[in-house]
Design a protein around this ligand. Sequence first.
Ligand SMILES: Cc1cc2nc3c(=O)[nH]c(=O)nc-3n(C[C@H](O)[C@H](O)[C@H](O)COP(=O)(O)OP(=O)(O)OC[C@H]3O[C@@H](n4cnc5c(N)ncnc54)[C@H](O)[C@@H]3O)c2cc1C
Length: 394
Amino acid sequence: MRKYLANLRRSRVEFGFGQEDEDFRAEVRGWLGVHAGGVTDRRTWERTLGAAGWIGLGWGASGFGNRTAGLTQQVVWAEEYARSGAPPRSGHIGENLLGPTLIAHGTDEQKSRFLPPIAAGAELWCQGYSEPGAGSDLAGIRTAAVREPGGRTYRVTGQKIWTSLAHEADWCFVLARTEPGSVRHHGLTFLLVPMDQPGRIEVRPIRQMTGTSDFNEVFFDGAHAEHVVGGEGNGWRVAMSLLGFERGVSTLAQQIGFAEELGAVVRAAEESGAVHDPVVRERLVRQWAELRTMRWNALRTLGGSGDAGAPSVAKLLWAGWHQRLGELAVLVRGAAASVGPADWSAATPYELDASQHLFLFSRADTIYGGSDQIQRTIIAERVLGLPREPKGAV
Ligand SMILES: Cc1cc2nc3c(=O)[nH]c(=O)nc-3n(C[C@H](O)[C@H](O)[C@H](O)COP(=O)(O)OP(=O)(O)OC[C@H]3O[C@@H](n4cnc5c(N)ncnc54)[C@H](O)[C@@H]3O)c2cc1C
């Protein structure tokens, strides 16, 4: 199994990395080797990454990224980052979602104002899309933004939910209804809202079963916003364009992380002796084979030969795969995996071990970024050409 995992890591050659990319890999690995260990404060870490020029590699010729890296070097950076054991990025939403969206739809003034602080790791962002009544069906948004008469400023009122990193963010991009009485995807506007507005914005962390609070409820009560991206009423187009940036090179990096996690489960199975159980062996090999298939699918898609359903197929595959890995991780660990904190509801944070965390957190994988059911609907309609699902009023 170890040999298989090593092969999987080596398989990057398939993507067509040249000598320049391998030199770049050596530079990245060297830098991360010195800096990635022992990060304690994620905000300072973002500034360290920015100062060293590692943010905005994929911003192309916009002139706002720290350096211009081609697709292969972006993949190298993402792979090495995943392998380094550095903490998850707090700046991911600004760098990979808002940055490309501003480059595509922002005014020159907006690019100059917002892109440099993202590239410096100085301003963090969160994504204000989902609401209690608008998740899979995002067009059900009710948060309203009203423009002050004769002015440029909007007043935003409503509630967002599941807002990752809102408790750390300086800014939030908010999809809000600016045309009273409009329905569905009409009359929506993409607004940039500063989070530091005491009394007008309240962030309430949501406690998860993992014991941590990665996301929040966010309440807006007349919050000010003056930056509109893409023009008033064009929010749906901008919002959908942003979702298109959610995928891409990060998929391959994610698979490096998956390979590391699978490797840890294999090691745990070897240590506990579970590896001698034929059912466990069969499941470990299946996980490996499926991870390999996902890699080929990702390479095919990045190489431009994916079809309209490719992102949905990839999401369905990895979400289910990761959940099954979590189930396998606790199976391999045995009865000890069921021993948790004395009081799961306690207000104080608790620590879970890696297998418990993987098992519990991966329950979210089939929900965010478009649930399994939604991905199957997309494949049914766009690839198989099955009759479209009835929608509400338009
Ligand atoms: C870890 C995590 C982080 C997140 N971070 C953010 C964030 O930063 N910003 C943000 O805006 N949102 C975020 N979300 C929210 C996420 O986008 C939504 O949870 C997701 O869109 C699903 O919406 P919902 O939770 O309202 O569930 P619902 O849409 O209510 O779905 C409930 C169930 O019904 C099913 N269902 C719904 N509609 C259909 C249909 N038409 N056909 C078949 N089945 C259907 C779903 O598949 C699901 O099983 C995050 C979610 C998670 C889990």
